[in-house]
Write a protein that binds this ligand. Structure first.
Ligand SMILES: Cc1cc2nc3c(=O)[nH]c(=O)nc-3n(C[C@H](O)[C@H](O)[C@H](O)COP(=O)(O)OP(=O)(O)OC[C@H]3O[C@@H](n4cnc5c(N)ncnc54)[C@H](O)[C@@H]3O)c2cc1C
Length: 537
């Protein structure tokens, strides 16, 4: 931690970056956290931005809170300034302002991934940038940073096409995709990030860059999997796939059948081709009127299935699951892809949740027994969801355009979710950690970035990628954002120490990032040496 850029130095105001001019040599200083800004500077920002510019503790404080509100109600952001961006130029203005004021920048689309509060600095909200254009001939969609999957699914379906969306269509395309992104089509087609052709991103030098495999290969690689570490993405160009014939839904069992169902499901997973996706959740839903009666206040098992094929074929496949125990609900039927939310039935309305995920290398009999012992019918847990998803298939294969997606080698993902409310502040994390601890013998070294949940230690976040990925991500971070302007959320750390950064010749000019030069190569050496030392310890 002490080796991050500027950590050993007192914070200094950074130089405003001028997009059209050669970049300034970087200052080895982390952005300061400021609770107030000069009103005259804010007035200038307002004239440069088309969307709202809201300031904390000023007359527009209530509007700021509304604008900054996250879907995950457990997290309350309190930024110094919020910029409601309407276009890439607004984002450029916001980042330039933040750099001039020496402030950190965070970005929020929907707040589904809001795992930690962003309390000082400039929050850019993107929800006004939700345009989606489908090019049916090229089978692509150009998607604004504020679009949610529902927008893309609806725009693509009339053309017989579909995006690599996830379990809930209200989730933001940008955050989901930059973190990897898994969904019902992923075993067949891979991660959402594998299907990104290009991105427009405003980096910490306040430049809008069009990034693809040809223009900026390192940054293109790093953005697709490196989440929000490198800038504010303003638009993405995504591949679409052929709209699948889909038989999908869920089978729900009473908790008393947990052992039988989980063991059957585990064995069944081993028989599936890439055309079938599945997950199982141990659900402990509240005893509340909005919950269907037979699921209220009791443990149930929710087995989700999405088969890319006809119902008769799916019915044959499902026989072992349907015959192992009586079900409370069985709605695995032919559905349009536009109805894919019915498979997981994730919450739609904002709610407070505390999440922690992991990857598993395997799920053998002992792993299922270990899970049952800690989260099965006899356990008393404050966790609403303990979920296993089958990974593998195309997700396990290197994509045509390699990227920084973490967790490609995992066989199953594990996710634990509990209410993010003050009364359970300690109980939920403790219960989640107990589940993770019980499954630690099967834990993979890497974790899907979208599954990191409330992990907020940045060294631990970095450790969720492979060693080689970390080295390349941190090298790219050092080149693109040595100031660590984008430090919020699950972002990687720059890898060069303050002492290294003092050597500005080593740092090079951000403008030169496009060409993988000797500068990049020297960083690469620094990271390799650093990680070699770490491995030896
Ligand atoms: C109900 C629910 C269902 C989910 N289902 C799935 C699933 O099926 N598969 C899956 O893979 N994940 C799933 N997730 C996890 C989800 O993908 C992540 O939480 C993701 O970060 C949400 O992105 P967002 O833009 O909606 O959220 P936000 O909270 O707005 O963003 C989260 C982070 O993403 C980054 N980010 C967002 N927008 C930008 C941008 N324009 N530029 C740069 N960085 C940006 C930032 O780091 C930001 O902090 C689910 C989450 C929830 C709550």
């Amino acid at each position: 931690m002490s080796e991050i850029a500027g950590a050993a130095q007192p914070a200094q105001p950074a130089q405003p970056a001028q997009p059209a001019q050669p970049a300034q040599p970087a200052q080895p200083s982390a952005p300061r956290r400021a609770s107030r800004c000069d009103p005259a500077v804010v007035r200038r920002l307002r004239t440069a931005v088309h969307g709202p510019v809201l300031v904390r503790d000023a007359d527009d404080d209530a509007a700021l809170q509304l604008e900054a509100a996250a879907w995950n109600l457990a997290t309350t952001h309190r930024p110094t300034v919020v910029v409601g961006a309407t276009c890439a130029a607004d984002v450029v203005a916001a980042v330039r302002f933040a750099r001039a004021e020496g402030l950190a920048v965070a970005v929020q689309g929907t707040g589904h991934g809001a795992s930690s509060p962003f309390c000082d600095g400039v929050l850019v909200t993107t929800r006004r940038m939700a345009e989606v254009t489908v090019d049916a001939e090229r089978r692509t969609a150009r998607v604004g940073a504020g679009a949610v999957w529902r927008d893309v699914v609806a725009a693509a379906a009339p053309h017989g096409l579909a995006p690599l969306s996830g379990s809930a269509s209200g989730v933001g395309v940008a955050g989901f995709t930059l973190g990897g992104g898994i969904g019902l089509l992923s075993r067949k087609h891979g991660f959402a990030a594998d299907h990104v052709r290009s991105l427009d991103v405003v980096t910490a030098d306040a430049r809008l860059r069009h990034v693809d495999a040809r223009t900026e290969p390192d940054l293109f690689w790093a953005l697709r999997g490196g989440k929000g570490s490198f800038g504010v993405v303003t638009a993405l160009e995504l591949d679409l796939v052929e709209l699948p014939e889909l038989t999908a839904g869920a089978i729900v069992y009473a908790g008393e059948h947990a052992a039988t169902v989980l063991h059957t499901w585990r064995e069944w997973c081993g028989s599936l081709t890439d055309d079938t996706s599945t997950s199982v959740a141990l659900l402990r839903l509240p005893d509340a009127p909005m919950v269907p009666e037979q699921l209220r206040g009791v443990l149930t098992l929710h087995v989700r299935v999405a088969h890319l094929g006809a119902q008769a074929e799916a019915d044959r496949l499902l026989e072992p699951l349907r015959s192992c125990a009586p079900s409370l609900v069985d709605d695995v039927v032919a559905r349009p892809y536009t109805d894919a939310d019915a498979v997981h039935r994730d919450p739609v309305d904002p709610s407070p949740s505390w999440e922690l995920g992991a990857g598993l290398t395997a799920l053998d009999r002992d792993a299922v027994d270990a899970l049952l012992a800690v989260a099965g019918p006899t356990a008393r847990l404050p966790l609403v969801v303990v979920e296993l998803r089958l990974m593998g298939g195309a997700m396990g294969r290197e994509p045509e355009r390699p990227n920084a997606v973490a967790g490609r080698d995992t066989a199953f993902s594990l996710m634990t979710i509990g209410p993010g409310v003050p009364a359970l502040r300690d109980a939920v994390p403790a219960a989640a950690r107990a589940v993770h601890e019980a499954l630690s013998p099967w834990r993979s070294r890497t974790t899907l970035t979208n599954w990191l949940g409330h992990l907020d230690d940045r060294e631990a976040v970095c450790a969720s990628w492979t060693f080689d990925q970390q080295a390349r991500l941190r090298a790219t971070k050092t080149l693109v954002d040595p100031w660590d302007v984008f430090s919020h959320g699950h972002s990687v750390l720059p890898s060069v120490s303050a002492a290294d950064l003092a050597d500005t010749e080593l740092l090079g000019e951000p403008d030169r990032l496009g060409a993988p030069t000797a500068v990049g190569a020297r960083y690469w050496d620094v990271h390799q040496a650093r990680w070699a030392r770490r491995r030896q310890r």
